[in-house]
Design a protein around this ligand. Structure first.
Ligand SMILES: *Cc1c(COP(=O)(O)O)cnc(C)c1O
Length: 364
């Protein structure tokens, strides 16, 4: 590929999802499409019940267990339907019609989870930041003791806020970690259920992971359709039907990369450094303003605006000439969103920060 003015060779992909993955993952996934592990067959035509693919599934599951330091009670599942299917599958499995669950309303995704949960039981929205366009994480709120579980969205992908501290309650904890899983060290065992779409920090779109404490299952009266019942997926090692073979394989490749980097703690250190660099520029450069409350700022999705929409267009075009792509904010927020997932190197953040400085200087 040759560089042109429109298409520099090296692109810095800040997309919110599907998002950047390590280059080695792309190379290995590409090789496996042509010839999966010297089998002479493509991974795309490979049987999911073969020993070779069973080994892929087992290794991916094992690596996730290891990287998250999961205990014996927690099961790891690879399912279809994205995080959005979990919005219904969680309450379908955990909440009886007469019971209530506590939900936090901290962004559009959390609001969607609330809407689905209402189909299955009572929902107690214990806090909301909606009135301030979801630009902060609520701090003072109470969770009723009898709430079956408390649901939080650990990182709010669209608005760029993140729970810095996971609320401590006596309730069972359920978390949507789609956009910050494996980006920071958390006590994952303190959650009874964690779910995440793979396409942000884990792998390719088409698979989502569910980590569930098996002891919380089977406590409700509702009949659950076969494909929706976590217990069936546990029993069949996530092979109740044909799993998303290729997406799981990409997950495995990425999990190997995470381990080789030194695991979650090592990545967290880098993520802190990347986010600090970009937020410093946002705070120091008068052309740009951060939209999230400072103490709640996400280290994964950095949201910022400029005063004038025309200026935003000019900056976007300027950044594009430096190879910076996909920094437009979500349509409900506007401005910019730079997603700094695990695979995004510090050097890409440096290029973005330099572009912000050079653009400022070019106006003087
Ligand atoms: C992207 C995202 C989702 C939706 O994921 P799908 O896999 O597209 O269903 C849900 N929650 C959060 C926090 C997200 O970032």
């Amino acid at each position: 590929m040759t560089a042109t003015k429109e298409q520099p060779v090296l692109l810095h992909n800040f997309n919110a999802g599907p998002s950047i993955l390590p280059k080695t993952v792309f190379e290995q996934a590409a090789a496996a499409i042509l010839n999966f592990e010297q089998s002479g067959l493509s991974i795309l035509e490979f049987g999911h019940r073969t020993p070779e693919f069973t080994a892929v599934m087992a290794e991916a599951r094992g690596l996730l267990r290891e990287l998250m330091h999961l205990d014996e009670n927690h099961e790891v599942l690879f399912l279809h339907g994205g995080a959005s299917t979990q919005f219904m599958q969680v309450p379908m499995n955990l909440l009886d019609a007469k019971e209530s669950a506590a939900y936090t309303d901290t962004d559009v995704w959390g609001a969607k989870a609330i809407k689905e949960a209402r189909l299955f039981g009572k929902v107690d929205v214990v806090c909301s930041s909606k009135e301030k366009n979801y630009n902060f994480i609520p701090k003072d709120f109470a969770v009723p003791n009898d709430a079956k579980y408390l649901h939080i969205t650990t990182n709010n992908t669209i608005y760029g806020t993140q729970w810095q501290k996971i609320p401590r309650t006596s309730n069972s904890m359920v978390a949507d970690m789609s956009s910050d899983i494996l980006s920071r060290v958390l006590d994952f065992n303190s959650f009874d259920l964690i779910y995440a779409g793979a396409q942000k920090n884990l792998g390719a779109a088409g698979v989502n992971i569910v980590v569930v404490n098996k002891n919380i299952l089977g406590k409700i009266k509702r009949a659950i359709p076969t494909m929706m019942d976590y217990r069936n997926h546990i029993k069949e090692d996530s092979m109740l039907n044909t799993p998303p073979v290729f997406a799981i394989y990409v997950c495995l490749l990425n999990l190997r990369w995470v381990k080789a980097q030194g695991g979650v703690a090592a990545l967290e250190k880098r993520n802190i450094e990347k986010a600090a660099l970009l937020y410093r520029e946002i705070d120091e450069n008068p052309l740009f303003t951060g939209t999230a409350a400072k103490e709640d700022r996400s280290k994964m999705n950095v949201c910022f605006v400029m005063e004038d929409p025309l200026m935003e267009e000019r900056f976007e075009a300027f950044a594009r000439t430096r190879g910076i792509v996909a920094i437009r904010g979500h349509r409900s927020v506007g401005g910019f969103r730079a997603s700094l997932y695990n695979a995004l190197p510090l050097s890409s953040v440096e290029v973005l920060v330099q572009a912000m400085r050079d653009f400022s200087n070019s106006l003087n």
